[in-house]
Ligand binder design. Sequence first.
Ligand SMILES: Cc1cc2nc3c(=O)[nH]c(=O)nc-3n(C[C@H](O)[C@H](O)[C@H](O)COP(=O)(O)OP(=O)(O)OC[C@H]3O[C@@H](n4cnc5c(N)ncnc54)[C@H](O)[C@@H]3O)c2cc1C
Ligand code: SF4
Length: 316
Amino acid sequence: MRSFTYERAGTPADAARMVASDPGARFLAGGTNLLDLMKLEVETPTHLVDVQDLKLDRIEPTDAGGLRIGAFVSNTALASDERVRRDYGVLSRAIVAGASGQLRNKATTAGNLLQRTRCPYFYDTNQPCNKRNPGSGCAAIGGYSRQLAVIGSSGSCIATYPGDMAVAMRVLDATVETVKADGKTRSIPIGTFHTLPGSTPERDNVLDHGELITAVTLPRPVGGTHVYRKVRDRASYAFALVSVAAIVQRDGSGRAAFGGVAHRPWRVEAAEAAMPRGAANMAKAVFAGARPTDDNAFKIPLATRTLAAVIAEVKP
Ligand SMILES: Cc1cc2nc3c(=O)[nH]c(=O)nc-3n(C[C@H](O)[C@H](O)[C@H](O)COP(=O)(O)OP(=O)(O)OC[C@H]3O[C@@H](n4cnc5c(N)ncnc54)[C@H](O)[C@@H]3O)c2cc1C
Ligand code: SF4
């Protein structure tokens, strides 16, 4: 690991200013992703700004009848919150499907949203990777791509967003709240927060350098049955090959977002009208335009069957 300096910020605005004023600076939350990447020299920040003292660790009701989740709320605290378990079960289930108990105790809401891809070539600094080193090429294209994207990819990058929590937040229509160094705040719908790789795969999301996530808000609960189903190579401690976060109502209508298939949680709202007509109908619209590789073409039938299992699970 390369040497770096460390500082603790006292307020969100100070934290944003400290990082914005230094191109080599990064926020440090639970450290469970950033420190791993630093050890491998995939990320080489020169200055870390610790956000643990910012008092962003509360879950509070909003005036609109939803919940405001502080950026520093741990994954464990969020998944076990009584209100989340009762009204946003898909979120609780998605979080506990990820990582391990110890990691979830440390991992934070903002850090989880911002975790980086698990593409094996991104982690191997001997390999070309446009995300790690823009312009160097993409070793995954024509390489080993079993875990990688089947839709929304580009000629520059076919990586997936690896997380579980954000897939549930996508189906819940969450909003990401931020503050910048000049004190300006933004509310970013989760559907536009994570980006597709296009010609700038080094970007994972729309945040500017030094823009601090302060909270994630959830709208008023929508009822229905909440399911998160994750398919992976082993029963625990593995990232999704495919996952489905779904909320299904008694009349068979509902919403579903997919993990493990694209550079961001994948949800096609226009396809959801087809849910009452069955998984095959809906998945056809969700995966229209997919461009899988020979290694990962299995993910489309796998996602279709996983959706079918979810729909079957909630049928009375
Ligand atoms: C072995 C292992 C298995 C895992 N398995 C899974 C899994 O199955 N499913 C899953 O979803 N995840 C999994 N994870 C990932 C884990 O969930 C993430 O590492 C964790 O959520 C990151 O949170 P953190 O607070 O530790 O982030 P950090 O590592 O501290 O930060 C991550 C990134 O977010 C930035 N950041 C942090 N806070 C803010 C903020 N408030 N505003 C702006 N930027 C910020 C940091 O600068 C950094 O770039 C696994 C991790 C490991 C190590
Ligand atoms: S798929 Fe993306 S992350 Fe993986 S090697 Fe290619 S550019 Fe890098």
